[in-house]
Design a protein around this ligand. Structure first.
Ligand SMILES: [Fe+2]
Length: 212
């Protein structure tokens, strides 16, 4: 059985960028439903004991397993998204800052590209800051539940949810305003730094909690 990981902060810790009301729906209803459906399908298919990463990749690209893929990938994406936010914002520094400067020019240009990618993404999905194995950074987006697990050259550093349920209660249809506030106030650059190190072979990449 996969658990629904607790939020790593209080429900109101990221206000006003993300309200407690949004988390009450987004974590307790949306994310819980993805995990519950994944657990049901995993049991039906005899996949107990496999990690969330393994289940997601098992179902990826197989039309007959689309429901399993959508729910496992969305379970993974949301758990990573909770960890990609932090109440005590601290700007990137050191190796991470150098990688951002090399890829985009500076943090402001990185923000501009991240926000533009998210605003330009049609419909539901996710916007990612990711690292290649050589440590260079890219910004990309994926549709619906899709993520980067099937792109082994890319390690996600940060992700922001582009589904309307992520921002509609707090920002209505202003996806751009949500992304700008998200980037400036709650992005977890500490997670991004550890993921960048892992991308280059130092330490473990972030993983969904192991099944229990
Ligand atoms: Fe979501």
């Amino acid at each position: 059985m996969f658990i629904l990981p607790d939020l790593p902060y209080a429900y109101d810790a990221l206000e006003p960028t993300v309200s407690a009301k949004t988390f009450t729906f987004h974590h307790d209803k949306h994310h819980k439903a993805y995990v519950d459906v994944t657990n049901t399908l995993v049991a039906e298919l005899g996949l107990e004991g496999k990690t969330m990463e393994e289940v997601t990749l098992f179902a990826a690209g197989d039309k007959s397993k689309k429901k399993l893929f959508n729910n496992a990938a969305q379970s993974w994406n949301h758990a990573f998204f909770w960890d990609a936010m932090i109440p005590s914002y601290a700007a990137p520094e050191g190796e991470l800052k150098a990688a951002i400067d090399a890829a985009f020019g500076d943090i402001a240009a990185c923000k501009e590209k991240f926000v533009a990618e998210g605003v330009g993404h049609f419909g539901s999905g996710w916007v990612w800051l990711a690292a290649k194995k050589d440590g260079s950074l890219v910004i990309t987006s994926t549709h619906d539940g899709e993520n980067l697990l099937d792109q082994p050259d890319l390690t996600p550093l940060l992700v922001c949810d582009l589904w309307e349920h992520a921002y509609y209660l707090d920002h209505q249809n202003n996806r751009k305003g949500f992304l700008e506030a998200w980037f400036d106030t709650v992005a977890n650059w500490s997670l991004a730094a550890s993921q960048l190190s892992a991308a280059k072979g130092a330490g473990a990449v972030w993983a969904y909690p192991a099944p229990q």
